[in-house]
Design a protein around this ligand. Structure first.
Ligand code: HEM
Length: 260
């Protein structure tokens, strides 16, 4: 109990909470990207996958609440740690070079963190809740019937003949708008910078960055971040440039984009 209270009341505890919640969120964004890359497969795949996730019901809500709690703790710890370090520094240390360097990084973390939060709110309105009047929102699109059984790693997700939301068309129509796509690319770019610095300091906080591993870990983080950005760039990038054309036939995307 004391240990639990210390996590919230001591600086090192809050740093630890920030690192652990950050790690959970890195797990989420990575899984989400892998799921989203199914947009490059036949439409049944991503539609069946989204249908499976929606069908998790209470478990899905449990995961959502857990992620929301992680975001809240992450932000709370960031704000408290910033205020503490400001108070500890006092006004006289303003000229110190080392402080300046640390401060640029943490200021950048705060700025990118705020933009990422704004992006998540927009993203939820865009895809999960739905913007009224937006034809790309899934409830505004006719539902589709799966032509094939959908499996992932051998696990059955949805059976042929199931009526599902047309998430495939929702993504295509959403990203066919250059302003929306550009906003996603900028936000995901800032998220990547945030992840890059955050993951580096996370290893430091968790004590995993000893002299032997430091260089290797930094490289792994850099490669991960570059792949993460490219993966996210690929989706709006391919749709916007027409490199990936919507599949004709079962979904609404091809027809609606052609009408534009
Ligand atoms: C190209 C990039 C992305 C695409 C194509 C994409 C696509 C989607 C789609 C289609 C949904 C709605 C699923 C549904 O309701 O059926 C969704 C939900 C969501 N996305 Fe993304 N997303 C992208 C990037 C991101 C990023 C970078 C983040 C986090 C920073 C994020 C966070 C979320 C969250 C929190 C939800 C709500 C999940 C839920 O309903 O429980 N997404 N995304």
């Amino acid at each position: 109990m004391n240990l639990f209270r210390n996590l919230f009341t001591s600086s090192i505890g809050r740093k630890f909470l920030m690192a652990v919640t950050g790690l959970v969120l890195v797990g989420f964004v990575t899984g989400h990207l892998v799921g989203n890359l199914q947009i490059f497969l036949p439409p049944d795949q991503i539609n069946g996958y989204a249908h499976f996730l929606q069908g998790l019901g209470p478990l899905l809500w449990g995961i959502r609440l857990f992620l929301l709690a992680c975001v809240a703790i992450h932000i709370w710890a960031a704000v408290v740690l910033t205020l503490e370090s400001r108070a500890a520094r006092g006004p006289e240390s303003y000229g110190v070079k080392k402080w300046l360097r640390a401060s640029v990084a943490s200021r950048y973390m705060r700025m990118s963190g705020v933009v990422v939060l704004a992006f998540i709110l927009y993203h939820l309105a865009h895809f999960t809740i739905g913007i009224p009047g937006d034809e790309s929102y899934k409830s505004a699109l006719p539902s589709v019937v799966l032509e094939n059984d959908v499996r992932e790693f051998g696990i059955p997700l949805a059976a042929a003949g199931t009526e599902v939301h047309d998430v495939y068309s929702m993504i295509f129509l959403g990203f066919a708008n250059p302003i929306v796509s550009l906003f996603y690319i900028v936000a995901v770019g800032l998220l990547t910078v945030h992840l890059w610095h955050g993951t580096d300091s996370l290893f430091q906080t968790l004590g995993w960055r000893n002299a032997r591993w430091a260089d290797g870990l930094r490289k792994v983080v850099a490669i991960y971040c570059i792949l993460y950005f490219l993966g996210n760039l690929a989706i709006p990038g391919a749709i916007l440039t027409g490199l990936e054309e919507p599949a004709a036939g079962t979904t609404a995307a091809a027809e609606l984009i052609a009408q534009r």
